[in-house]
Design a protein around this ligand. Structure first.
Ligand SMILES: NC(=O)c1ccc[n+]([C@@H]2O[C@H](COP(=O)([O-])OP(=O)(O)OC[C@H]3O[C@@H](n4cnc5c(N)ncnc54)[C@H](OP(=O)(O)O)[C@@H]3O)[C@@H](O)[C@H]2O)c1
Length: 247
């Protein structure tokens, strides 16, 4: 099959490209660095010629809720319209477990807008909601770190390996559209502060961590909000295995 990956140079997108090519599929890479801009549509029609399915693993950085909804919305509308025109038969969206349970941060608002547009859109779809990735704690520390100190919310998460997410996206993309895919999660629950501490230790970095609910994630994110439903698809790689492999 000919499959396009939007966000092909990103964390999950690049691994999805590898997973699809290993299965013998022809992959079209969509990102600004490959000459396709989803916020303007530049290069998109040519990229989608002859494409059977699209995996959307793009990400955007927006300062606030309105900006996130606007940018995710614009990119998704542009992509779906071009797919409909090109006769794409399956749109696969990578989303996040729990965004329907809390208002959350601006990113969640943008992801909900993406889900809404895909579910109401012209192309048959599958939405794959994943839990936080194993590198999530490192990313959160990166956002907050100032002078060797970082605030981190003690979120309860059930993180999943990026490579496992990519394998599932590749598998879903070559199958039939299924609507909502079961939640995708890793095998064990973790405390985000503990994940951050273990990741920093593995990287040989000294950062003092301050647990708090007054940073990016507030107390509405406490409890089981981010955990997968019963019936979730559980991917095999543990956080510890990933940590050893990523050292
Ligand atoms: N982090 C988590 O724990 C987690 C958990 C569940 C789900 N997710 C979801 O996973 C998705 C992928 O995340 P990620 O960390 O893999 O993303 P990432 O590494 O930040 O990669 C983002 C990709 O989007 C592309 N992109 C951005 N703007 C674009 C534009 N205007 N046109 C075309 N391409 C554009 C980037 O390429 P260029 O810069 O070259 O354009 C890049 O390839 C996100 O939607 C996120 O919500 C994340």
């Amino acid at each position: 099959m000919r499959i396009a990956v939007a966000g092909a140079t990103g964390n999950i997108g690049s691994l999805t490209v590898v997973a699809l090519e290993r299965r013998g599929h022809e992959v079209v890479r969509i990102s600004r660095s490959t000459g396709v801009d989803l916020s303007t549509g530049e290069g998109l029609d040519a990229a989608l010629a002859g494409v059977d399915a699209v995996v959307d693993a793009v990400n955007v950085e927006a300062a606030d809720r309105a900006g996130s909804v606007d940018l995710f919305g614009r990119m998704t509308r542009t992509l779906l319209a071009a797919e409909a025109e090109a006769g794409v038969r399956h749109h696969v969206l990578l989303s996040i477990v729990g965004i329907d349970r809390v208002d959350g941060n601006p990113h969640y608002a943008g992801k909900r807008e993406q889900e809404r547009l895909v579910a109401e859109g012209p192309v048959p779809w599958t939405i794959v909601p994943a839990t936080q990735f194993h590198d999530f704690a490192e990313m959160v520390v990166g956002w907050a770190e100032r002078d060797g100190v970082a605030t981190v919310a003690p979120l309860l998460v059930q993180p999943v390996a990026p490579r496992d997410v990519a394998e599932v996206l590749a598998e879903v993309a070559v199958g039939e559209p299924k609507g909502r895919h079961p939640h995708l999660a890793g095998p064990e629950t973790q405390d985000l502060v503990d994940m951050a501490r273990r990741t920093l230790r593995a990287r040989g970095r000294e950062v003092r961590l301050v647990p708090t609910w007054s940073g990016v994630f507030g107390p509405e994110m406490a409890g089981n909000v981010l955990l997968p439903d019963e019936g979730a698809r559980i991917a095999p790689t543990t956080f510890e295995e990933w940590l050893v492999g990523s050292a």
